[in-house]
Write a protein that binds this ligand. Structure first.
Ligand SMILES: C[S@@+](CC[C@H](N)C(=O)[O-])C[C@H]1O[C@@H](n2cnc3c(N)ncnc32)[C@H](O)[C@@H]1O
Length: 261
């Protein structure tokens, strides 16, 4: 048959390198819906956002644009990232935000700088886009410890987590030519970043006081066992009901809502 049907053509098409085998929409950082960031609980949009590892503030700025009235807080280890975030949000005319340079793992430290308005906001969300591997040291138990602490300090906040997975060369064998991950994992290894495996993340999920509400998997590779392993994923996590340190430890930051702008 000279002209196969469109479906047969699609089946026979060779994917391009980096395209992978996603059963989902392509991953486009910065796009909320692609990240799976949908206000799920009761369909209510978030009222406050804490972005850990906020980078240049792109996500915070887009979130503030998407949800007018959103109040936000960014934390990043890099001073220049915090400056870039501040410049970006200032330039967008956003005033209800604060950003600090700190180690995201040290929640006890940076949580004291979260404005009171963010802490007491009715629907707080914490986002963590590709930062967990920066402080995991490759140990799932460190991420478990981090989430236990996060829950203690922000027991009402949902968490949006985006991460990449460590995939072994054996599991890559069938997809090596298609995936961009071998290079990506190599440079993460060279810079001593602790990317965890998909199996590690499954263990983490069973040991943290959060429940998985939504999951998006991206660019799955065919593992040796036949079970697909996503190159990256997004989880929306709901806190279990319970206690935490909560707002009593807030230090005043100089203005009534704590933003000081
Ligand atoms: C891969 S980038 C992701 C940036 C941003 N979240 C995004 O998705 O565009 C990782 C960010 O985490 C920051 N970072 C690295 N280690 C950190 C730590 N221990 N605590 C907080 N931020 C950290 C880096 O400075 C960088 O901005």
């Amino acid at each position: 048959m000279p002209d196969p049907s469109p479906s047969a053509r699609d089946r026979n098409r060779q994917p391009a390198r980096g395209e992978g085998h996603s059963r989902h929409l392509p991953f486009q950082p910065g796009d909320y819906d692609q990240h799976g960031f949908e206000p799920a609980a009761g369909g209510e949009p978030p009222t406050a956002l804490i972005d850990i590892g906020c980078g240049d503030g792109c996500f915070l700025a887009q979130a503030c644009e998407k949800w007018p009235g959103l109040i936000s807080f960014g934390v990043d280890l890099s001073e220049s990232a915090v400056e870039a975030t501040t410049r970006r949000l200032d330039a967008s005319g956003i005033t209800k935000f604060a950003a600090v340079a700190a180690n995201g793992f040290d929640i006890e430290f940076w949580s004291r700088q979260v404005p009171e308005a963010v802490r007491s906001s009715p629907r707080p969300v914490i986002s963590m886009w590709f930062v967990g591997h920066e402080f995991s040291q490759g140990k799932p138990e460190r991420i478990v410890e981090f989430f236990a602490e996060l829950y203690r300090y922000f027991p009402r906040a949902e968490v949006m987590l985006g991460e990449i997975n460590k995939i072994s060369p054996r599991d890559f064998a069938q997809d090596y030519e298609l995936s961009i991950m071998p290079e990506f994992l190599l440079f993460h290894e060279l810079s001593h970043q602790g990317v965890l495996s998909w199996q590690d993340w499954q263990t983490v999920l069973t040991e943290i006081p959060y429940e998985l509400m939504q999951e998006r998997r991206f660019d799955e590779v065919r593992s040796l066992s036949g079970a697909p392993i996503p190159a990256s994923f997004v989880w929306q996590l709901r806190p279990e009901r319970g206690g935490g340190v909560q707002n009593g430890q807030t230090e005043s930051t100089g203005s009534s809502d704590g933003f000081g702008h």
